[in-house]
Design a protein around this ligand. Structure first.
Ligand code: GLU
Length: 551
């Protein structure tokens, strides 16, 4: 009996690999095009780090007119959860990171290089395993769990590396006849790779992100096909990324140490190896120590958190690019209006150790991102969020025409308002513009420099009687507040006041504050001229009356 016959005995049905090699031809893409993928396991949780990898992968493919695909790695069926695949697909859609190819729902996919779900590729893996067995590069291993445990214990007491390698790899030395006989006897087995490596030799490798790395060669006879007939991650990675024509494997750096094994697999299978880019995880600063963002400890590790909080996807994506390439910030400063798609991401500029995740910074980015949105977009997005998470806000937004005016204050101009960083802050930011809500609440009016009842009354009364006119433009409106100030003995110019503070009761800014507080019960609001325009005379009067009564 020879290896070929053994291979036939083990996988009688499996096809020749030439069948698959022909079925999946080289992709017809422009020079330099990057083909890459996102390859999650459907465990029901999408980590922000996964989204980060995905965004990077998709961007590189888009930048080079390549292909970005989604491959579901569901060979560990113990870890699977129901609807795990749709959860991933939904998250990618939500963030505008739809793949060009891959799974489109739990069952279906698009693209010519599928199936894109590993559990549906069983016969493909078996064909390649059969090929390796036929070449004497893989073999059936009959060790039971107990035998495995025994080996492990012996290694422990001998203080040597654990694993199935060298002298410890018991089944690798069976003759072909012995193997065939055991199979015929019905003994259970798995398939192992027969590693040609030696631990005392080094391999050098150049990672696109990490640069030059050096590792001992792999000498472990790792499992390639498990007892359930499905492949292990390592084997599936080699077969899939070869057949799907991946040019760049972009993945988490927990896989960096597997590179020696992966290169070996590619070589023994006769495949050209892809480039590897290992991304450092997103880190968090905790009491001065850096640690990975944790699924258990950090709510912001879950992609769902951003939707729940109402942080727009555009902001999350922009922030992640900030983390990915430190030159992004300068680019943004130079191109404040540009779409992030126009930024050219470079893998070799990515941080080698983990980038820090900073929520304050993210919210700051979000403020700027939202400030560039149209009132219509802010309206639609907040309404969508409110429908799910805040009934009161939803109610407020029912009057679309009015809400668009409120949300449109200081928007669409050169220096747009920057007070909203997430949809969950919209209510707080606009509620004083809604009479029912404003009136329902007991307002306390935080007057500042000018705070005596009589003065406040004088300002409010004189303003509405003599100076307010609905038709004034902004300059006239402001000139009138100056005149009002002057008439009541306040300085109409802040600079002048500062030069001669003794000569005046206070200045025009202090008078404005009285108007602002009386109107909104806040010291800080966007442009008061626009607020007054929206409120109109009647409501201004009503609010002044209410303010006077409250003193
Ligand atoms: N399924 C692997 C994971 O979730 C994918 C790693 C890779 O991208 O190759 O970690």
């Amino acid at each position: 009996m020879d290896y070929k016959e053994l291979a036939n005995l083990i996988f009688p049905e499996a096809k020749e690999i030439s069948y698959y090699e022909e079925k999946y031809p080289e992709r017809n893409l422009p020079e330099g095009a990057i083909v890459t993928r996102f390859a999650p396991s459907p465990t029901g949780f999408v980590h922000i780090g996964g989204l980060y990898q995905c965004e990077i992968a998709k961007k590189l493919a888009d930048q080079t007119k390549g292909v970005f695909f989604l491959r579901v790695e569901d060979t560990d069926q113990k870890r699977e959860v129901e609807n795990g695949i749709s959860g991933i697909i939904e998250a990618l859609k939500e963030f505008g990171l739809e793949p060009d190819e891959g799974m489109t729902n739990e069952e279906e996919s698009k693209g010519e290089y599928g199936p894109y779900r590993q559990s549906l590729r069983k016969e493909i893996y078996q064909a390649y395993a059969k090929y390796l067995i036929g070449q004497g590069k893989a073999y059936p291993c009959f060790c039971t769990e107990e035998e495995g445990e025994e080996i492990r214990k012996k290694q422990e007491s001998a203080k040597v590396r654990p694993g199935y390698y060298g002298v410890w790899a018991k089944c690798r030395n069976n003759t072909v006849e012995e193997m065939a006989q055991k199979i015929k006897n019905g003994e259970k087995y798995i398939i192992r790779f027969k590693s040609p490596g030696r631990e005392d030799r080094k391999i050098k490798h150049k990672d696109v992100i990490k640069g030059n790395v050096e590792f001992p060669e792999n000498d472990q006879d790792i499992v390639i096909i498990k007892a359930d007939g499905l492949p292990t991650y390592h084997f599936a990675h080699a077969v899939d990324d070869h057949l799907m024509k991946t040019t760049h494997v972009i993945r988490g750096d927990e896989w960096l140490s597997s590179v020696p094994l992966h290169l070996q697999l590619f070589k023994e299978l006769g495949f050209r190896a892809p480039k590897y880019a290992h991304i450092a995880p997103i880190m968090k600063n905790e009491d001065g120590n850096k640690r990975k963002l944790s699924k258990r400890k950090d709510p912001e590790a879950a992609v769902s958190y951003y939707e729940e909080e109402g942080i727009p996807k555009e902001a999350v994506k922009e922030y992640l690019l900030n983390i990915a390439n430190s030159n992004f910030e300068n680019w943004r400063r130079a191109n404040p209006e540009a779409k992030i798609e126009d930024f050219e991401l470079q893998l070799n500029k990515m941080s080698v150790s983990g980038a820090l995740f900073d929520m304050v910074k993210l919210l700051d980015v979000a403020k700027t991102v939202i400030s560039r949105f149209s009132a219509e977009k802010v309206y639609e997005e907040s309404l969508k969020w409110a429908k799910k998470y805040d009934k009161e806000l939803e109610e407020m937004l029912q009057n679309k025409e009015y809400s668009l005016k409120v949300l449109g204050i200081e928007r669409g101009n050169k220096k747009p308002r920057k007070d909203i960083s997430k949809w969950s802050e919209v209510k707080e930011n606009i509620e004083y513009m809604y009479d029912e809500i404003f009136e329902a609440k007991q307002q306390n009016y935080p007057y500042q420099v000018i705070n005596q009842k009589e003065e406040i009354e004088k300002i409010l009364e004189l303003y509405i009687e003599k100076y307010y006119n609905e038709n004034d433009d902004k300059q006239t409106w402001f000139d009138k507040i100056k005149s009002l100030s002057e008439e009541l003995g306040y300085c109409k110019d802040v600079k002048e006041f500062k030069a001669n503070p003794g000569m005046y009761k206070a200045h025009v800014g202090d008078v404005s504050t009285v108007l602002r507080v009386a109107l909104t019960s806040r010291t800080n609001t966007p442009d008061m001229f626009e607020i007054m325009k929206i409120l109109g005379k009647e409501r201004i009067q009503k609010r002044f009356e209410r303010a006077k009564n409250a003193i």
